[in-house]
Design a protein. Structure first.
Ligand code: UN1
Length: 504
């Protein structure tokens, strides 16, 4: 099974209007982050022409797709669910090789993608609007949803299976068609997902795939045939997409961008639980989730005990081959990410951090050929507008422990960043929990849990630089549809609301 998967993606192709195109003459390579010599495949450098062709194919497919019964569309997701169950191990294996996440995490991600597919299948038979009352007894009024049309789905490498499904699932269920551009770091798993959509019986043109880098994303965003852009990635790219879209009258942009998420450990926290939540939040996926905690705010009375236990446990974390399920985490995605994270480690020192665990490049046996980094942990004191490393996103195993004296100060520190995605509070006190719930700026909040690990039937998104108010996953149905009011008169004469007369 695994051998087939590896073979089936070794030649990358675009998928447009139901046709696999290529192989292309200009390609880029996908290599394993755990071993630069291990090539996963060669993928076409998509161009503006490819993007425009894919938009045209999606537009052609849209009318017939939206006219299908919503339940029939949902049933194709049941086919897809069966296929994903059959392929779970192979998908997890390919993902581990291509994006470097450990196999246990990759398996959980395939399951997360499956959950979205199952959610969509179930939602097909659920209400798609509301029945509303009218001033006139003979009138029936409804809110009904309609699809916008064509969605461009631009996704990151760190969740290369679940995040595209968060976006494609609700979009297609509601009758939109789509062009999917996977990250250039994970084209193989992206292509495999589209192969599964084809096998599940989705009609030609409903899901199109264009590989490539920024040029393709830009062409999709500039194409007025795209009604909705669904994007997860960096703030800079998200802002650029919003700027390009601003002049289009018929354009919705749903962005999920960066974060500087945090765990807040209160004075009354259970120590073991707090340490587990802190480590999972900061170092699962090597700190490369959008929701990863770059900061743990710790009450000063618990600080020393907490820091000691966290650092001791962090030293024991196993980092290595993503295919070895005994490892806690694997490499970071690419050499550029290594350089960026190391620059932030250096910056923390320049900014006067007290280093508690000196992390950095791992170059020993089993690590030298890949992008392996060990955790870097430091104590830093908050000052408004102060140290950059406790306010800016690093996206790697780089963690600041920040002491606080009062709940008010903790909120002030938590909110002193331009981001607002995810937050966890560790406390046994329901009053503190409620205070942080109401005063912190975030999209996903947790109590006595890590600040990662959301489930698909919840909305996923943030505030400030983290998101523009259109969450992903189940919350996306709002962004990929528009609401219509539909009113039917059952009387034989015309009766108007607001007492308007009908005399001619
Ligand atoms: C991401 O952070 O990029 O909440 C997505 C989580 C996962 C999804 C993360 N369910 O940690």
């Amino acid at each position: 099974m695994t051998a087939n998967i590896e073979k089936s993606v070794s030649t990358g192709r675009h998928f447009i209007g139901g046709h696999w195109l290529g192989p292309a003459s200009r390609t880029f390579a996908s290599a394993s982050p755990a071993n630069a010599k291990e090539q996963i495949g060669a993928f076409p450098h998509g161009t503006k022409e490819d993007a425009d062709q894919a938009v045209a194919a999606a537009r052609v497919a849209f009318p017939a797709w939206r006219r299908q019964s919503r339940i029939r569309r949902a049933e194709l997701f049941d086919n897809l669910a069966q296929i994903v169950k059959r392929e779970t191990d192979a998908l997890a294996h390919l993902m581990a090789r291509e994006c470097g996440k450990v196999i246990t995490e990759c398996r959980a991600e395939v399951v997360e993608g499956l959950h979205m597919i199952q959610y969509v299948f179930g939602t097909g038979r659920m209400p798609m609007g509301d029945v509303l009352s009218s001033e006139i007894p003979e009138k029936d009024a409804f809110m009904r949803r309609k699809p916008w049309g064509v969605a461009a789905v631009i996704t990151p490498w760190n969740f290369p299976f679940a995040v595209p499904l968060w976006m494609l699932g609700p979009s297609l269920l509601e009758g939109n068609t789509a062009i999917y551009k996977p990250s250039e770091d994970t084209p193989a798993i992206g292509q495999r997902l589209v192969e599964l959509f084809e096998e599940a019986g989705f009609p030609p043109g409903v899901v199109n795939l264009v590989h490539g880098e920024g040029e393709v994303g830009e062409a999709l965003v500039k194409n007025p045939g795209v009604n909705v852009v669904l994007f997860t990635g960096s703030y800079d790219v998200g802002r650029h997409i919003q700027e390009l879209s601003a002049s289009m009258y018929d354009r919705i942009v749903a962005c999920e961008m960066g974060s500087k998420s945090a765990v807040i450990v209160c004075e009354d926290a259970r120590l073991d639980l707090a340490v587990t939540c802190g480590l999972i939040s900061a170092f699962k996926t090597s700190g490369q989730r959008c929701v990863s905690a770059g900061r743990i705010l710790v009450h000063e009375k618990l600080f020393d005990k907490f820091a000691e236990k966290l650092v001791q446990t962090a030293k024991r974390i196993r980092i290595g081959n993503p295919l070895d399920s005994a490892n806690f985490t694997g490499p970071v995605i690419n050499p550029g990410a290594v350089e960026k994270i190391l620059r932030y480690n250096d910056l923390a020192k320049k900014e006067g951090a007290n280093i508690l665990l000196e992390g950095g490049r791992m170059s020993g046996d089993g690590h030298a050929a890949g992008n392996f980094l060990s955790p870097f942990i430091y104590r830093q004191t908050h000052k408004t507008g102060g140290p950059r490393t406790i306010r800016e996103e690093v996206f790697g195993p780089h963690l600041a422990l920040i002491p606080f004296k009062s709940n008010e100060e903790a909120v002030q520190i938590y909110n002193d960043t331009e981001y607002g995605l995810s937050m966890a509070v560790i406390t046994e006190d329901f009053r503190k929990m409620r205070y942080f719930r109401d005063e912190c700026e975030y999209g996903m909040g947790y109590v006595n849990l890590p600040c990662i690990g959301a489930e698909v039937h919840l909305p996923f998104g943030g505030v400030k630089k983290s998101g523009n108010g259109h969450p992903s996953a189940a919350g996306l149905i709002e962004a990929v549809t528009h609401k219509t009011a539909w009113t039917v008169n059952h009387a034989e004469e015309v009766k108007m609301a607001q007492g308007l007369t009908t005399q001619l």
